[in-house]
Design a protein around this ligand. Sequence first.
Ligand code: MLT
Ligand code: ZN
Length: 471
Amino acid sequence: MNAAEALAALAECLGPRGLITDPADIAPYAEDWRRLYRGRPPAVLRPGSTAELAAAVRICAEAGLGIVPQGGNTSMVGGATPSARGDEVVLTLSRLNRVRAIDPVDLTLTIEAGATVKAAQDAAAEAGCQLPLSIASEGSATIGGVLSTNAGGNMTLRFGNARDLVLGLEVVLADGRVWEGLRRLRKDNTGYCLRQIFLGAEGTLGIITAAVLKLVPAPRERLVAFASLPSPEAALALLTRCQRHDPSALLAFEYMGGDGMDLVLRHIPDTQLPIAAAAHYVLAEFASPRPAAGLAEGVEEMLAQAMAAGEVLDATLAASEAQARAMWRLREEHAEAQKRAGASIKNDVSVPVSLVPRFLRDAPAACAAFMPGIRVVAFGHLGDGNIHFNLRPPEGMADEDFLAQDHAVMDTVLGVVRRLGGSFSAEHGVGQLKTYLMPEWRGGVELDLMRALKTAFDPHGIMNPGKVLPR
Ligand code: MLT
Ligand code: ZN
Protein backbone atom coordinates (compact mmCIF):
# COMPACT_ATOMS: atom_id res chain seq x y z
CA MET A 1 0.00 0.00 0.00
CA ASN A 2 1.48 3.40 -0.95
CA ALA A 3 0.94 6.65 0.98
CA ALA A 4 -1.94 7.87 -1.22
CA GLU A 5 -3.74 4.54 -0.88
CA ALA A 6 -3.14 4.63 2.88
CA LEU A 7 -4.69 8.11 3.16
CA ALA A 8 -7.72 6.95 1.17
CA ALA A 9 -8.08 3.92 3.46
CA LEU A 10 -7.69 6.13 6.56
CA ALA A 11 -10.38 8.50 5.23
CA GLU A 12 -12.70 5.55 4.79
CA CYS A 13 -11.95 4.12 8.22
CA LEU A 14 -12.03 7.35 10.25
CA GLY A 15 -14.71 9.34 8.37
CA PRO A 16 -14.70 13.09 7.71
CA ARG A 17 -14.42 14.07 11.41
CA GLY A 18 -11.55 11.69 11.95
CA LEU A 19 -9.03 12.77 9.34
CA ILE A 20 -7.53 16.22 8.79
CA THR A 21 -5.78 16.73 5.44
CA ASP A 22 -6.18 20.46 4.77
CA PRO A 23 -2.66 21.97 5.18
CA ALA A 24 -4.01 25.01 7.05
CA ASP A 25 -5.70 22.73 9.60
CA ILE A 26 -2.62 20.49 9.87
CA ALA A 27 -0.25 23.43 10.50
CA PRO A 28 -0.75 23.76 14.29
CA TYR A 29 0.08 20.06 14.72
CA ALA A 30 3.23 20.28 12.61
CA GLU A 31 5.20 22.53 14.95
CA ASP A 32 6.19 22.12 18.59
CA TRP A 33 5.34 24.55 21.38
CA ARG A 34 8.87 25.91 21.56
CA ARG A 35 9.10 26.28 17.75
CA LEU A 36 12.26 24.22 17.59
CA TYR A 37 10.87 21.61 15.18
CA ARG A 38 8.59 21.70 12.16
CA GLY A 39 7.40 18.50 10.52
CA ARG A 40 5.49 17.75 7.32
CA PRO A 41 2.69 15.36 8.32
CA PRO A 42 0.45 14.43 5.35
CA ALA A 43 -2.53 14.11 7.72
CA VAL A 44 -3.72 14.28 11.31
CA LEU A 45 -5.74 11.31 12.60
CA ARG A 46 -8.61 12.07 15.01
CA PRO A 47 -10.23 8.71 15.76
CA GLY A 48 -13.52 8.64 17.65
CA SER A 49 -12.88 5.35 19.46
CA THR A 50 -10.17 2.88 20.42
CA ALA A 51 -11.49 0.47 17.78
CA GLU A 52 -11.22 3.13 15.06
CA LEU A 53 -7.67 3.90 16.17
CA ALA A 54 -6.74 0.23 16.10
CA ALA A 55 -8.04 -0.05 12.51
CA ALA A 56 -6.12 3.11 11.53
CA VAL A 57 -2.91 1.72 13.06
CA ARG A 58 -3.29 -1.45 10.97
CA ILE A 59 -3.49 0.70 7.82
CA CYS A 60 -0.43 2.75 8.85
CA ALA A 61 1.49 -0.46 9.62
CA GLU A 62 0.70 -1.87 6.20
CA ALA A 63 1.78 1.35 4.48
CA GLY A 64 4.85 1.92 6.69
CA LEU A 65 3.49 5.30 7.83
CA GLY A 66 4.89 6.53 11.14
CA ILE A 67 2.41 7.62 13.83
CA VAL A 68 3.28 10.54 16.11
CA PRO A 69 0.88 10.86 19.05
CA GLN A 70 0.33 14.45 20.17
CA GLY A 71 -1.54 15.46 23.33
CA GLY A 72 -1.54 19.13 24.31
CA ASN A 73 1.58 19.79 22.21
CA THR A 74 3.44 21.01 25.28
CA SER A 75 6.55 18.83 24.90
CA MET A 76 9.78 20.57 25.84
CA VAL A 77 11.86 18.15 23.75
CA GLY A 78 10.03 17.91 20.41
CA GLY A 79 8.55 14.58 21.52
CA ALA A 80 5.24 15.05 19.70
CA THR A 81 6.37 16.65 16.44
CA PRO A 82 6.74 14.55 13.27
CA SER A 83 9.78 14.61 11.03
CA ALA A 84 10.06 16.76 7.91
CA ARG A 85 10.23 13.69 5.66
CA GLY A 86 6.48 13.61 5.12
CA ASP A 87 6.04 9.95 6.07
CA GLU A 88 4.62 10.37 9.59
CA VAL A 89 1.04 11.24 10.49
CA VAL A 90 0.11 13.02 13.72
CA LEU A 91 -2.42 11.32 15.99
CA THR A 92 -4.63 13.37 18.30
CA LEU A 93 -6.95 11.66 20.76
CA SER A 94 -8.97 14.83 21.37
CA ARG A 95 -12.20 12.91 20.67
CA LEU A 96 -11.29 10.23 23.22
CA ASN A 97 -11.75 12.41 26.27
CA ARG A 98 -14.48 10.79 28.36
CA VAL A 99 -14.43 9.87 32.02
CA ARG A 100 -15.28 6.16 31.85
CA ALA A 101 -15.65 5.61 35.59
CA ILE A 102 -14.82 7.17 38.92
CA ASP A 103 -14.88 5.34 42.23
CA PRO A 104 -14.35 7.31 45.45
CA VAL A 105 -14.18 4.07 47.47
CA ASP A 106 -11.54 2.41 45.33
CA LEU A 107 -10.07 5.91 44.83
CA THR A 108 -9.72 5.39 41.08
CA LEU A 109 -10.50 7.39 37.96
CA THR A 110 -10.79 5.60 34.62
CA ILE A 111 -10.35 8.18 31.92
CA GLU A 112 -9.52 8.38 28.21
CA ALA A 113 -6.17 9.62 27.04
CA GLY A 114 -7.42 12.73 25.21
CA ALA A 115 -8.85 14.34 28.37
CA THR A 116 -6.78 17.23 29.68
CA VAL A 117 -5.08 16.90 33.05
CA LYS A 118 -7.29 19.77 34.25
CA ALA A 119 -10.45 17.87 33.19
CA ALA A 120 -9.20 14.82 35.10
CA GLN A 121 -8.48 16.96 38.18
CA ASP A 122 -11.98 18.48 37.95
CA ALA A 123 -13.63 15.06 37.64
CA ALA A 124 -11.74 13.87 40.72
CA ALA A 125 -12.68 17.00 42.67
CA GLU A 126 -16.39 16.55 41.84
CA ALA A 127 -16.21 13.15 43.51
CA GLY A 128 -14.56 14.60 46.64
CA CYS A 129 -11.12 13.34 45.61
CA GLN A 130 -7.89 14.71 44.23
CA LEU A 131 -5.80 13.60 41.28
CA PRO A 132 -2.36 14.19 42.79
CA LEU A 133 -0.73 15.35 39.56
CA SER A 134 -0.16 19.01 38.76
CA ILE A 135 2.01 20.59 36.07
CA ALA A 136 2.25 24.13 34.71
CA SER A 137 0.67 23.13 31.37
CA GLU A 138 -2.22 21.12 32.89
CA GLY A 139 -4.89 23.16 31.05
CA SER A 140 -3.73 21.79 27.71
CA ALA A 141 -1.55 18.74 28.50
CA THR A 142 -3.51 15.50 28.16
CA ILE A 143 -3.62 12.32 30.24
CA GLY A 144 -2.15 10.34 27.33
CA GLY A 145 0.69 12.84 27.05
CA VAL A 146 1.58 13.00 30.74
CA LEU A 147 1.50 9.22 31.09
CA SER A 148 3.51 8.62 27.91
CA THR A 149 6.13 11.08 29.11
CA ASN A 150 5.91 10.09 32.78
CA ALA A 151 5.45 13.75 33.70
CA GLY A 152 6.67 14.95 37.08
CA GLY A 153 5.40 18.31 38.19
CA ASN A 154 4.68 20.03 41.45
CA MET A 155 3.54 17.20 43.73
CA THR A 156 6.10 14.53 42.85
CA LEU A 157 7.78 14.97 46.19
CA ARG A 158 4.63 13.71 47.92
CA PHE A 159 2.93 11.42 45.40
CA GLY A 160 5.61 10.39 42.88
CA ASN A 161 5.77 10.78 39.11
CA ALA A 162 2.92 10.07 36.69
CA ARG A 163 3.99 6.42 36.45
CA ASP A 164 3.33 6.00 40.19
CA LEU A 165 -0.30 7.01 39.77
CA VAL A 166 -1.36 4.36 37.26
CA LEU A 167 -3.09 1.08 38.06
CA GLY A 168 -4.15 0.07 34.57
CA LEU A 169 -3.88 0.99 30.89
CA GLU A 170 -5.58 0.41 27.58
CA VAL A 171 -3.03 0.50 24.75
CA VAL A 172 -3.21 0.15 20.97
CA LEU A 173 -0.19 -1.83 19.85
CA ALA A 174 1.90 -1.32 16.72
CA ASP A 175 0.14 -4.19 14.93
CA GLY A 176 -3.31 -2.78 15.68
CA ARG A 177 -4.16 -5.16 18.52
CA VAL A 178 -5.55 -3.66 21.74
CA TRP A 179 -4.17 -4.51 25.17
CA GLU A 180 -7.13 -4.21 27.52
CA GLY A 181 -5.26 -3.70 30.77
CA LEU A 182 -7.68 -1.33 32.54
CA ARG A 183 -7.48 -3.12 35.89
CA ARG A 184 -8.02 -1.17 39.06
CA LEU A 185 -6.27 -3.48 41.46
CA ARG A 186 -3.94 -2.24 44.17
CA LYS A 187 -2.25 -5.61 44.17
CA ASP A 188 -1.65 -7.69 41.06
CA ASN A 189 1.58 -9.65 40.99
CA THR A 190 1.14 -11.65 37.81
CA GLY A 191 4.23 -11.46 35.67
CA TYR A 192 5.95 -8.52 34.03
CA CYS A 193 4.45 -5.13 34.80
CA LEU A 194 3.44 -4.24 31.25
CA ARG A 195 1.93 -0.87 32.06
CA GLN A 196 5.28 0.43 33.29
CA ILE A 197 6.80 -0.38 29.88
CA PHE A 198 4.39 1.99 28.12
CA LEU A 199 4.56 4.71 30.80
CA GLY A 200 7.38 7.08 29.93
CA ALA A 201 7.98 5.40 26.56
CA GLU A 202 6.90 8.60 24.78
CA GLY A 203 4.61 6.70 22.41
CA THR A 204 7.44 4.67 20.91
CA LEU A 205 6.06 1.27 21.99
CA GLY A 206 2.29 1.72 21.70
CA ILE A 207 -0.47 4.29 22.06
CA ILE A 208 -2.12 4.75 25.48
CA THR A 209 -5.85 5.29 24.91
CA ALA A 210 -7.18 5.12 28.49
CA ALA A 211 -5.91 4.70 32.03
CA VAL A 212 -6.99 3.88 35.56
CA LEU A 213 -5.46 6.55 37.80
CA LYS A 214 -5.05 6.54 41.56
CA LEU A 215 -6.82 9.28 43.48
CA VAL A 216 -6.41 10.51 47.03
CA PRO A 217 -9.02 12.05 49.35
CA ALA A 218 -9.42 15.77 48.57
CA PRO A 219 -7.46 18.06 50.89
CA ARG A 220 -9.70 20.00 53.26
CA GLU A 221 -7.08 22.51 54.32
CA ARG A 222 -4.35 23.94 52.15
CA LEU A 223 -1.61 26.46 52.78
CA VAL A 224 0.87 28.14 50.45
CA ALA A 225 3.99 29.83 51.82
CA PHE A 226 6.35 32.07 49.88
CA ALA A 227 9.83 32.86 51.19
CA SER A 228 13.00 34.64 50.16
CA LEU A 229 16.33 33.08 51.09
CA PRO A 230 19.98 34.06 51.20
CA SER A 231 21.34 31.01 49.31
CA PRO A 232 20.58 27.64 47.70
CA GLU A 233 22.03 26.01 50.84
CA ALA A 234 19.40 27.84 52.89
CA ALA A 235 16.69 26.53 50.53
CA LEU A 236 17.85 22.95 51.12
CA ALA A 237 17.95 23.54 54.88
CA LEU A 238 14.37 24.87 54.72
CA LEU A 239 13.28 21.79 52.76
CA THR A 240 14.68 19.51 55.45
CA ARG A 241 13.00 21.62 58.11
CA CYS A 242 9.62 21.41 56.31
CA GLN A 243 9.94 17.64 55.92
CA ARG A 244 10.77 17.15 59.56
CA HIS A 245 7.97 19.49 60.58
CA ASP A 246 5.26 17.35 58.92
CA PRO A 247 6.25 15.03 56.06
CA SER A 248 2.66 14.09 55.28
CA ALA A 249 1.63 17.75 54.92
CA LEU A 250 4.37 18.94 52.55
CA LEU A 251 2.99 18.73 49.02
CA ALA A 252 5.34 20.90 46.97
CA PHE A 253 8.65 22.65 47.46
CA GLU A 254 9.64 24.81 44.51
CA TYR A 255 12.80 26.86 44.04
CA MET A 256 13.07 30.02 41.94
CA GLY A 257 16.20 32.08 41.31
CA GLY A 258 15.96 35.87 41.25
CA ASP A 259 16.75 36.18 37.51
CA GLY A 260 13.87 33.95 36.44
CA MET A 261 11.55 35.80 38.80
CA ASP A 262 12.56 39.11 37.20
CA LEU A 263 11.50 37.70 33.80
CA VAL A 264 8.11 36.70 35.17
CA LEU A 265 7.56 40.12 36.74
CA ARG A 266 8.62 41.82 33.49
CA HIS A 267 6.76 39.68 30.93
CA ILE A 268 3.65 38.33 32.64
CA PRO A 269 0.88 40.85 33.29
CA ASP A 270 -0.56 41.28 36.78
CA THR A 271 2.27 39.63 38.67
CA GLN A 272 3.92 41.04 41.75
CA LEU A 273 6.09 39.73 44.53
CA PRO A 274 4.37 39.28 47.89
CA ILE A 275 7.67 40.04 49.70
CA ALA A 276 10.80 42.09 48.98
CA ALA A 277 12.96 41.04 46.01
CA ALA A 278 15.86 38.66 46.68
CA ALA A 279 18.23 36.32 44.83
CA HIS A 280 16.46 33.09 45.86
CA TYR A 281 12.84 32.17 46.53
CA VAL A 282 10.89 29.12 47.64
CA LEU A 283 7.21 28.35 47.27
CA ALA A 284 6.00 25.57 49.55
CA GLU A 285 2.52 24.06 49.68
CA PHE A 286 1.11 22.13 52.62
CA ALA A 287 -2.17 20.26 52.73
CA SER A 288 -4.20 18.08 55.03
CA PRO A 289 -7.25 15.87 54.43
CA ARG A 290 -8.53 17.08 57.83
CA PRO A 291 -10.52 20.34 58.06
CA ALA A 292 -9.13 22.90 60.52
CA ALA A 293 -5.87 20.98 60.70
CA GLY A 294 -4.08 24.05 62.03
CA LEU A 295 -1.53 24.12 59.22
CA ALA A 296 -0.94 27.87 59.46
CA GLU A 297 0.07 27.93 63.14
CA GLY A 298 2.60 25.14 62.71
CA VAL A 299 4.08 26.51 59.49
CA GLU A 300 4.31 30.05 60.91
CA GLU A 301 6.22 28.77 63.91
CA MET A 302 8.52 26.70 61.70
CA LEU A 303 9.24 29.70 59.43
CA ALA A 304 10.02 31.85 62.48
CA GLN A 305 12.57 29.24 63.57
CA ALA A 306 14.03 29.18 60.03
CA MET A 307 14.33 32.97 60.11
CA ALA A 308 16.07 32.86 63.47
CA ALA A 309 18.47 30.28 62.02
CA GLY A 310 19.24 32.60 59.08
CA GLU A 311 17.70 30.25 56.49
CA VAL A 312 14.87 32.59 55.55
CA LEU A 313 15.06 36.34 54.90
CA ASP A 314 11.35 37.00 54.66
CA ALA A 315 8.22 34.90 54.29
CA THR A 316 4.48 35.20 53.93
CA LEU A 317 1.50 32.85 53.94
CA ALA A 318 -1.32 33.15 51.41
CA ALA A 319 -4.35 34.47 53.24
CA SER A 320 -6.85 33.48 50.56
CA GLU A 321 -7.27 31.15 47.60
CA ALA A 322 -6.62 34.16 45.30
CA GLN A 323 -3.31 34.89 47.03
CA ALA A 324 -2.30 31.24 46.82
CA ARG A 325 -3.06 31.24 43.09
CA ALA A 326 -1.07 34.45 42.61
CA MET A 327 1.95 32.88 44.34
CA TRP A 328 1.71 29.76 42.18
CA ARG A 329 1.48 31.95 39.06
CA LEU A 330 4.90 33.41 39.90
CA ARG A 331 6.27 29.88 39.73
CA GLU A 332 4.20 28.43 36.89
CA GLU A 333 4.67 31.33 34.46
CA HIS A 334 8.45 30.86 34.39
CA ALA A 335 8.40 28.86 31.15
CA GLU A 336 6.06 31.32 29.40
CA ALA A 337 8.02 34.36 30.64
CA GLN A 338 11.21 32.85 29.33
CA LYS A 339 9.64 32.15 25.95
CA ARG A 340 8.52 35.79 25.71
CA ALA A 341 12.00 36.98 26.70
CA GLY A 342 13.57 35.29 23.64
CA ALA A 343 15.83 32.34 22.99
CA SER A 344 16.74 29.93 25.75
CA ILE A 345 18.56 26.64 26.02
CA LYS A 346 16.73 24.41 28.46
CA ASN A 347 18.19 21.77 30.72
CA ASP A 348 15.80 19.67 32.77
CA VAL A 349 18.23 17.94 35.07
CA SER A 350 18.15 16.11 38.37
CA VAL A 351 20.79 15.43 41.00
CA PRO A 352 20.44 13.89 44.46
CA VAL A 353 18.40 16.39 46.49
CA SER A 354 21.28 16.99 48.89
CA LEU A 355 23.51 18.11 45.98
CA VAL A 356 21.17 20.72 44.49
CA PRO A 357 23.02 23.64 46.18
CA ARG A 358 26.32 22.40 44.77
CA PHE A 359 24.78 22.09 41.35
CA LEU A 360 23.38 25.63 41.63
CA ARG A 361 26.89 26.91 42.33
CA ASP A 362 28.95 24.75 39.97
CA ALA A 363 26.71 24.89 36.89
CA PRO A 364 26.54 28.71 36.58
CA ALA A 365 30.33 28.87 37.10
CA ALA A 366 30.93 26.26 34.38
CA CYS A 367 28.59 28.09 31.97
CA ALA A 368 30.21 31.47 32.66
CA ALA A 369 33.63 29.95 31.95
CA PHE A 370 32.31 28.53 28.67
CA MET A 371 30.50 31.70 27.56
CA PRO A 372 31.15 34.87 29.56
CA GLY A 373 27.97 36.87 30.14
CA ILE A 374 25.59 33.91 29.63
CA ARG A 375 22.42 34.43 31.70
CA VAL A 376 21.08 31.73 34.01
CA VAL A 377 17.41 31.11 34.72
CA ALA A 378 17.24 28.37 37.34
CA PHE A 379 14.03 27.17 38.94
CA GLY A 380 12.25 23.94 39.62
CA HIS A 381 11.23 21.15 41.88
CA LEU A 382 13.90 21.35 44.58
CA GLY A 383 12.05 18.79 46.66
CA ASP A 384 12.76 16.21 43.92
CA GLY A 385 16.28 17.39 43.06
CA ASN A 386 14.92 18.51 39.67
CA ILE A 387 16.17 21.87 38.44
CA HIS A 388 15.18 23.56 35.18
CA PHE A 389 18.54 25.11 34.45
CA ASN A 390 17.88 27.32 31.48
CA LEU A 391 20.27 29.69 29.78
CA ARG A 392 19.81 32.91 27.87
CA PRO A 393 22.31 34.58 25.53
CA PRO A 394 24.74 37.18 26.84
CA GLU A 395 23.46 40.74 26.35
CA GLY A 396 23.90 41.66 22.66
CA MET A 397 24.32 38.12 21.26
CA ALA A 398 21.83 37.21 18.50
CA ASP A 399 19.40 34.43 19.41
CA GLU A 400 20.42 32.29 16.39
CA ASP A 401 24.11 32.53 17.28
CA PHE A 402 23.31 31.44 20.80
CA LEU A 403 21.03 28.56 19.77
CA ALA A 404 23.66 27.32 17.31
CA GLN A 405 25.74 26.41 20.35
CA ASP A 406 22.99 24.51 22.15
CA HIS A 407 24.81 21.17 22.32
CA ALA A 408 28.00 22.75 23.65
CA VAL A 409 26.06 24.70 26.29
CA MET A 410 24.06 21.61 27.28
CA ASP A 411 27.25 19.56 27.48
CA THR A 412 28.76 22.15 29.82
CA VAL A 413 25.81 21.86 32.18
CA LEU A 414 25.72 18.07 31.84
CA GLY A 415 29.37 17.79 32.77
CA VAL A 416 28.41 19.12 36.19
CA VAL A 417 25.31 16.90 36.34
CA ARG A 418 27.40 13.82 35.57
CA ARG A 419 29.95 14.64 38.28
CA LEU A 420 27.08 14.87 40.77
CA GLY A 421 25.52 11.56 39.70
CA GLY A 422 22.46 13.14 38.07
CA SER A 423 20.25 12.68 35.00
CA PHE A 424 20.16 14.68 31.76
CA SER A 425 16.36 14.61 31.70
CA ALA A 426 14.46 14.58 34.97
CA GLU A 427 10.88 14.97 33.78
CA HIS A 428 10.68 16.31 30.21
CA GLY A 429 11.81 13.06 28.61
CA VAL A 430 14.10 12.51 25.65
CA GLY A 431 11.88 13.36 22.65
CA GLN A 432 13.96 14.17 19.59
CA LEU A 433 15.99 16.93 21.23
CA LYS A 434 17.97 14.64 23.52
CA THR A 435 18.26 11.32 21.66
CA TYR A 436 21.90 12.14 20.91
CA LEU A 437 22.64 11.87 24.63
CA MET A 438 21.30 8.35 24.98
CA PRO A 439 24.41 6.39 23.85
CA GLU A 440 26.62 8.31 26.24
CA TRP A 441 24.28 8.29 29.23
CA ARG A 442 22.31 5.09 28.77
CA GLY A 443 24.63 3.12 26.50
CA GLY A 444 25.75 -0.49 26.85
CA VAL A 445 23.35 -2.88 28.53
CA GLU A 446 20.65 -0.26 29.10
CA LEU A 447 20.40 0.85 25.48
CA ASP A 448 20.60 -2.79 24.29
CA LEU A 449 17.62 -3.67 26.48
CA MET A 450 15.70 -0.60 25.30
CA ARG A 451 16.35 -1.50 21.65
CA ALA A 452 15.23 -5.08 22.31
CA LEU A 453 11.96 -3.76 23.76
CA LYS A 454 11.49 -1.47 20.77
CA THR A 455 12.01 -4.36 18.36
CA ALA A 456 9.61 -6.59 20.28
CA PHE A 457 6.81 -4.03 20.54
CA ASP A 458 7.28 -2.13 17.28
CA PRO A 459 9.25 -4.28 14.81
CA HIS A 460 8.56 -1.97 11.85
CA GLY A 461 9.42 1.22 13.72
CA ILE A 462 6.15 3.09 13.09
CA MET A 463 5.49 4.23 16.67
CA ASN A 464 6.74 7.82 17.13
CA PRO A 465 9.85 7.22 15.01
CA GLY A 466 13.06 8.99 15.94
CA LYS A 467 12.04 9.67 19.55
CA VAL A 468 13.83 8.35 22.68
CA LEU A 469 16.21 6.04 20.80
CA PRO A 470 18.63 7.49 18.27
CA ARG A 471 17.46 6.69 14.71
C1 MLT B 1 8.01 23.67 34.90
O1 MLT B 1 8.29 23.03 35.91
O2 MLT B 1 7.55 24.82 34.94
C2 MLT B 1 8.19 23.01 33.57
O3 MLT B 1 8.80 21.80 33.63
C3 MLT B 1 8.62 23.99 32.54
C4 MLT B 1 10.04 24.30 32.21
O4 MLT B 1 10.98 23.57 32.41
O5 MLT B 1 10.29 25.38 31.64
ZN1 ZN C 1 9.05 21.16 35.80
